[in-house]
Structure formats: C-alpha cells, structure tokens
Design a protein around this ligand. Structure first.
Ligand code: NAD
Length: 459
C-alpha cells in the first residue's frame, strides 16, 4: 500500500484501538493482537497476479506486455476495480489503487471488495486489432481468478465499454454456460451495460461537491456558524456565492463533471478553465462546455490546442500551458486526470480553497497535509469518485435480474447512495478538526474491521 493510504489506515486503526466503544468485545491482549492482525490484512493485498501477454503486432513482431490483476481484499464481496491501459502502469500503482477500491466500497456500503488491473501500454499507439488481442489475452491469462462472484473488472484510464464488451465476450467463450453478464461492468448498453454508467463517476464527483457546499450547508447553516471548525469556516465563506471552477482532465470523469457544473441550477458556477494532456484553456467569463464536449468526441478525446482548433470548436478561450490549470486563482479545483498532480513541488502555488478528487490519489501526502492545515477542503477520491463503482454494482445487479433500470432510476439510486454516505460523514467532519479524508478512512476501516471480526478473521 502506498504511503499516504497506508499511513491513514494505520492512524485510523490506532485511533480505533484506543476507542473502547469500538468492538468492545475485544479486550486486553486479544484486542491488541486483533488490531495487529487488521493492520496486516489491510496493508497487504490478498493476491498480486502478474503475467506477460504475448501479442502479435500488426508489423509481424510478437511482443510480451506486462499485465497485472491485484486483488486487495474481498471481506465485503467479490473483488472489484478497473483495468487501466497506460504506459506508466506498475505493480505498486495497481496495488495502491486496489487498496483504495477496498476502502471506497466499504465507505459507500457497496458489497464488493477491492481490486485493480493494468496493462503497460499506450493504447493511443495501438491499432484496434492489437487492442482487441490484448483484451482477449488478458482474460485468457486471468480467467481462473475472474468471474461474477470472484473478481469483476470495469473500465479505467485507457479503457471503456468497447474493451469491456471484448473481455466479456472472451470470458463467455472460456466459461460457457456461466452467468457471464456479471463478469465485467462498464459494458455497452446492448451488451448488458447500465444506463448512466458512463456518466456516473463525473456526476458523482460534482454531486459530492454540490452536496457539501450547498445542500448540506443550507440545512445545517446555524449549527455550522457556531462551530470554530476551520473547514466549516471555509465552506461557509462560499455559501450562496458565485464560484469559479477549474477542472484538470477532460476525459470520462472531467468532461461529465464540467457539464454538471455548467448545467447546475443549485449554484452560480462558472467553469473558467479545463485542461487535458496537452493544454489548459481559460476564459474568465466561463467556457462553453457543451461545445468543448462536442469537439473532443470528434477529435480523439483531445481539447482544442491552438487558435485554429479553437476556431473550429467555436469556443472563446486563451490557450495556456498544460499544468497552468492547477495554480489558477479559482475557488474550486476538480482533479480528474491522474495520480500525484499536486505535490511538494507545486502545493504552495495552489489557490483554490476547495479541491475535489475525481481522479484516484491526485494529491500526495505532503500536499494533502499542507493544504488541509491551511483550511482547504479536500473532498477525497474514495468519497468523490465512487459513482462509477456504485453504478457498476447496479449494472451487476441488473445483469443478475435481467431487468434494467431507466437512466433516471439509476441516477436517483446513485445520488441516494452518495447522499447517505455524505450524511454519515459530514456531521463528523464539521464537528471535529480532522480533514475529510481521515473521516472517510476511519469510517471505511470501522466497517472492514467489524466485518472481519464477525467473520472470525482477527486472531
Ligand atoms: P480518461 O482517460 O477518460 O481521461 C483522462 C483525462 O486526463 C484526459 O482528458 C487526458 O487528456 C487527461 N490527462 C492525461 N494526462 C494529463 C496530465 N498530465 N495533465 C492534465 N490532463 C491529463 O480517464 P477517466 O476515466 O476520466 O479517469 C480519470 C481519473 O479518474 C483516473 O485517475 C481514474 O482512475 C479516475 N477514476 C475514473 C473512474 C471512471 O469511472 N472512469 C472511476 C473512478 C476513478
């Protein structure tokens, strides 16, 4: 487990060990031993599977490509987590992301464990035939450990419904007669995917922010005004005020979160900046997000990166350097690209007072501490970006029932689930001086510890 996740899990366990009201059945030496056992279980994955996929390339060469499936913990249900296609994939990263999935599912009461997969490739450099071959080989190599009741992958960076359809089809051929629909989520609608799955993460990311800064504050204003909690002060300073938003990453998560902000009727929002792997776009009057979404869908996912492309898109904006998005003078920064984007080297340049983690682990431990100490509200990944796995769970259920929900039903169920989590976490968060990440982790660790104890796993 990477340092920040591991450190906060360890701190959560230490706090719970000292809290006599938590698992009071555990006393004395037995209690200490059980918590040592918990630390060992949560800090290490159950299994790390690695293989080299042997792939014939279009030029006739045969290459061997490293591929991973890490199964972190399945105390709450089958392992669940995306498969990433990216050139920077490595064992440590996949393992950390798998641990975050365990905590995310525990936090939101989703009956799944945590897993993650990855293949070390740049999918933009490969042909459709090569990508198809990689997807089939991935399933062939890992078919023994995958399955609807064992481990259920989903899309992540570099993969989408096309890859999930291919993988499910391969699983179906290898395991004929099994209920294959639940073997992968994030599939296309015709192949048993759920309406709303594509938008779920971005919608959930925006919802957590809106719920915290608007819905919750509106009902709890009096109470919050009387606390001296630093995060309550930050939140209240933005209540009912127009907000400027910048978004890093304009893919599946970032573009949907941007549209949600653009269309939001609860808050006076302006999305003044968005960025991607090439550029930052900025307009202090607000960007035309629907026009940008239209542009990326017909330009291989990339934002306009020069005056000519901006003209083509019909969007008015300044083109700036890729990383400029992070240090703009905005109220809210939504991070929806990759890990480790705010770190020791740039944390002092961050001006936003609210940061929302659409990506997994985009803020390093040092930066998290520095910004939290300044009263910056950071809505952490395991709280904010769980929309995808929550709707994946609905997809898995729909596949079992062979009954499908409408898009409206899916979004209502999604927001109900996220609201329930927020209503559990936010009163604690605004009632004590700990950052939101700590509150979320301690809640997830409590759930996992209780389940493991009741399953007789702590000895
Ligand atoms: P994606 O591949 O659709 O989009 C990624 C975006 O980030 C693209 O716009 C890309 O150009 C941009 N990008 C890449 N490198 C960048 C850089 N250095 N600076 C700025 N932008 C950069 O991926 P996605 O599905 O939107 O996922 C984004 C993040 O959200 C990832 O961390 C992923 O793990 C996390 N996440 C995704 C989901 C989901 O359902 N898609 C669920 C939970 C978490």
């Amino acid at each position: 487990m990477a340092s920040q996740t591991g450190t906060i899990v360890q701190e959560s366990l230490e706090a719970l060990l000292e809290d006599p009201s938590f698992l009071p059945e555990l006393q004395g030496q037995g209690r200490k031993q059980a918590f040592t056992s918990l630390a060992a279980i949560l800090s290490t994955p159950n299994h790390i599977h690695k293989s080299f996929l042997r792939i014939p390339m279009d030029n006739g060469r045969v290459v061997r490509i490293p591929a991973y499936r890490v199964q972190h913990n399945n105390a709450l249900g089958p392992f669940k987590g995306g498969i990433r296609f990216h050139e920077s994939v490595n064992e440590e990263e996949v393992t950390n992301l798998a641990a975050l999935m365990t905590l995310k599912n525990a936090l939101h009461d989703v009956p799944f464990g945590g897993g993650k997969g990855g293949v070390v490739i740049n999918p933009r450099e490969l042909s459709i035939k090569e990508l198809h071959s990689i997807c089939k080989k991935y399933v062939q190599y890992f078919s023994d450990i995958l399955g609807p009741d064992k481990d259920i992958p989903a899309p992540d960076v570099g993969t989408g419904d096309r890859e999930m359809d291919w993988m499910m089809a391969e699983y179906k051929s290898i395991r004929p007669g099994t209920p294959y629909r639940g073997s992968f989520t994030g599939k296309s609608i015709v192949n048993g995917g759920s309406l709303g799955r594509r938008e779920a993460t971005g919608k959930g990311v925006y919802f957590t922010f809106r719920y915290l800064i608007h819905d919750f504050l509106t009902t709890q204003e009096k109470w919050l005004a009387n606390t001296d909690n630093p995060f309550a002060k930050t939140a209240l300073s933005y209540h009912y005020k127009p907000l400027n938003i910048a978004i890093q990453g304009f893919g599946n998560v970032g573009s949907v979160a941007a549209l949600e902000a653009y269309n939001c009727t609860h808050l006076q929002n302006k999305v003044v900046s968005v960025s991607d792997r090439n550029v930052t776009l900025y307009n202090s009057e607000g960007l035309d997000i629907p026009a940008l979404v239209q542009f990326v869908t017909t330009n291989r996912g990339d934002l306009p990166k020069n005056e000519e492309e901006l003209k083509q898109s019909g969007v008015k904006a300044d083109v700036r350097d890729r990383d400029d998005v992070l240090s703009l003078d905005v109220d809210v920064l939504i991070l929806a690209a990759l890990e480790d984007q705010i770190h020791k080297g740039n944390m002092e340049s961050i001006k936003a007072n609210i940061i929302v983690e659409g990506a997994n682990a985009p803020v390093t431990g040092d930066a998290d501490k520095y910004l939290s100490d300044k009263g910056v509200i950071i809505i952490p990944d395991i709280l904010a970006n769980a929309g995808g796995v929550i709707v994946s769970y609905f997809e898995w259920l729909q596949g079992r029932e062979t009954q499908f929900y409408t898009e409206e039903e899916v979004f209502n169920l999604l927001f109900d689930k996220m609201r329930t989590t927020m209503d559990t976490i936010l009163p604690q968060y605004f009632g004590d001086p700990f950052p939101l990440r700590q509150n979320c982790f301690i809640h997830a660790v409590m759930k996992l510890s209780t389940v493991l104890f009741r399953q007789g796993k702590l000895y």
